[in-house]
Every structure is written in structure tokens, then in C-alpha cells.
Design a protein around this ligand. Structure first.
Ligand code: ADP
Length: 315
């Protein structure tokens, strides 16, 4: 029992309306959209009716307000989101190239997102959490390592569970953060890699070998994200379930992996079997890419059931 919690950056995203290369001429832009991978993840947990809490920091400005209002509306506890008077909410400008690759201009390092700290409110939230989700991409932020270490201990002390999305830059895996990365992998009740991250987390170059090696290290279950091709589930007893993707028109792929992971985890925490949870996760990821704006495609079960009923599968 207790909410699922995550810590990390809260941003707004501002998108070019057309596809093309970079930002070197005046463009038509749309936004701001609430964003930041941890914020998207926890919003999706909240939409599915799972208890949800976020540790983060926004500026005292409209970009912070649209995030806080959206998260609250969707059922996320934002009592551990700090509000900075000094730093603005971070932003990311994005433009898709014709082939789907993204060009970004970030304003994050000197934003409120970099001011995230283990505050009293963050401790209170961690102390009553039932599940901690950690994103590898956030671990290079100084304050976050302290939060993750504290929350990991607190959640474990209460008999809670953890999940890890090892979306971490390769050069960091073997570096100073290598020990923390390894601990998070070994401790994960649920590991949520996408594509090559599975191989990188295990340090081998064959999918089945990677799965076997990770279970030997103590991982509970593994769900591998395969983009438009869907996903696979691996159990510690050697069983495996493959789930085909849904056929959709990809408008904006940002946030698909976060929605997918949040849906899988929330379904499992609600007691669903892995196969059913995987099916909902595929639907949540696929539906998210059909909406412009990273958090605009998060969905409740009613919306996902309608999407599933009306969408063909890939084979
Ligand atoms: P990440 O964003 O972490 O790299 P993926 O791109 O693999 O993760 O997306 C996560 C999940 O979302 C996929 O496993 C799939 O279920 C769904 N998904 C992502 N892109 C598409 C797409 N173009 N069509 C259908 N489903 C998609």
C-alpha cells in the first residue's frame, strides 16, 4: 500500500508545428505543454487511479502552474513539489525532422528543475510511499541521487517495491554513477528497458543472455519496450510473453515509454496478470504518440478501453 512515487524534472515543452531541421529561422510554435519524463510518468499513474506522488521543483511562474494544475487534476499528490522564487520552470523547444529525429533547445540546467532537493515534504512523501520508480536519465542531477537513496531505503523499510527505467547515457553507466546504477538494477522488482538499454544494463550483446544475467542479479521481472513493434515480458522462471503493437499514426512520440511504464506498473499494482498489464501498457504507449504534447496523451482505463476496441494491431 501507499502511493507510487517518482522524483525528477518538471518542464514545459514548446513544439514547432511543422517538421524540418532545427530552429534557425522564425517558426510557428505551439505550447507550453506540461512535460518532463517523471511528470509524464506520474500523471499516467494518476489517470489510471493509482495513488501517485511527485518530488520535484518548479518556478513560481505560469509554466510551473500549468504543470501543478494538470498533475493535481489527474490525481497526483504534488505536496513534495517545491516552488522556487529564484529559478524559472525549465523548458524544452522541440522540432521533429522529417525522419522523426528530434532537435531540442533545452533551458533546464539553470532552471528550477536543477534545484530539486531532499526537502522535509519529500521525506514525508517517501516515508508513506508503497512503490518507488526511478528513471536513469535523472541520476546525473546532484539533488536527485540523495532523494533516490533516501526513498529507496524508506520504501524498502515499509516492504514496498521498486522499478527502474535504465534510460541512462552509456558513458555514465561505467562511471562515478556506476555503483548506483548497478544497485538500482539489482534491486528492481521491475526493470523497464527500451531497445538496447536491456543489453547495456546487462553488459552483454544478446537479448536472452541479458535477461538470464539480470535475473541472476536479482531483478524481479523485465518488460522490454520495442517502439512501434510493441513489447515483451520476461519472468524470472524463464517464461515470456510478446505483445504486438497497435497501428497508429505517430504524431509525437515523446512520452510513449513513460506512459507505457506507468500503465504496466499501475496495472500490476492493481493485481493484474503480466499479460493483461502488458496489453494496457502497449495501448497507453501507442495512444500517447497520437497526441501532440508529451502529457496530452495520458489516459484513464475508459479511454484506453475505447482505444483498444477501435485500433488494429501489428502482426
Ligand atoms: P521509449 O520512449 O522509452 O524509448 P518506446 O519508444 O519503445 O519507449 O515506446 C514505448 C511503448 O509505446 C512501446 O513499447 C509501444 O507499446 C508504444 N509505442 C511507441 N511508439 C509507438 C508507435 N509508433 N506505434 C505504436 N506503439 C508505439
Amino acid at each position: 500500500t501507499g502511493p507510487t512515487i517518482v522524483a525528477g524534472e518538471i518542464l514545459v515543452e514548446i513544439m514547432a508545428t511543422d517538421r524540418g531541421m532545427g530552429f534557425l529561422e522564425p517558426l510557428t510554435l505551439v505550447g507550453p505543454y506540461p512535460s518532463g519524463a517523471p511528470a509524464i510518468f506520474i500523471d499516467q499513474v494518476g489517470r489510471l487511479g493509482g495513488g501517485a506522488g511527485l518530488i520535484g521543483c518548479v518556478g513560481r511562474d505560469d509554466f510551473g502552474t500549468i504543470n501543478l494544475e494538470r498533475l493535481k487534476r489527474d490525481g497526483v499528490d504534488v505536496s513534495a513539489v517545491d516552488v522556487s522564487d529564484r529559478y524559472p520552470t525549465g523548458s524544452a523547444f522541440v522540432r521533429y525532422r522529417p525522419d522523426g529525429i528530434r532537435d531540442f533547445v533545452y533551458n533546464i540546467a539553470e532552471s528550477a528543475a536543477g534545484q530539486i532537493r531532499l526537502t522535509a515534504a519529500a521525506r514525508l512523501l517517501a516515508d508513506r510511499a508503497g512503490h518507488l520508480h526511478v528513471m536513469g536519465s535523472t541520476l546525473s542531477v546532484a539533488g536527485l541521487k540523495e532523494i533516490v537513496a533516501y526513498a529507496l531505503k524508506a520504501v524498502r523499510a515499509r516492504g514496498g517495491s521498486t522499478s527502474f527505467d535504465p534510460n541512462m547515457r552509456k558513458e555514465l553507466i561505467g562511471g562515478a554513477d556506476g555503483a548506483l546504477f548497478s544497485t538500482l538494477v539489482d534491486d528492481a522488482d521491475l526493470l523497464l528497458p527500451s531497445g538496447d538499454e536491456l543489453l547495456a544494463a546487462a553488459g552483454v550483446d544478446d537479448e536472452q543472455q541479458a535477461v538470464t544475467a539480470l535475473f541472476a542479479r536479482g531483478v524481479g521481472e523485465i518488460v522490454l519496450k520495442r517502439g512501434a513493434d510493441g513489447s515483451s515480458w520476461f519472468g524470472a522462471d524463464g517464461t515470456r510473453i510478446d505483445c504486438a503493437g497497435f497501428q497508429v499514426e505517430e504524431v509525437d512520440p515523446t512520452g510513449a515509454g513513460d506512459c507505457f511504464g506507468a500503465a504496466y506498473l499501475t496495472c500490476r499494482r492493481k493485481g493484474m496478470e503480466p499479460g493483461k498489464a502488458l496489453f494496457y501498457a502497449n495501448a497507453a504507449g501507442a495512444r500517447n504518440v497520437t497526441r501532440r504534447g508529451p502529457m496530452e496523451g495520458t489516459a484513464g482505463f475508459d479511454v484506453l478501453d475505447d482505444f483498444i476496441a477501435g485500433t488494429a494491431r501489428t502482426t
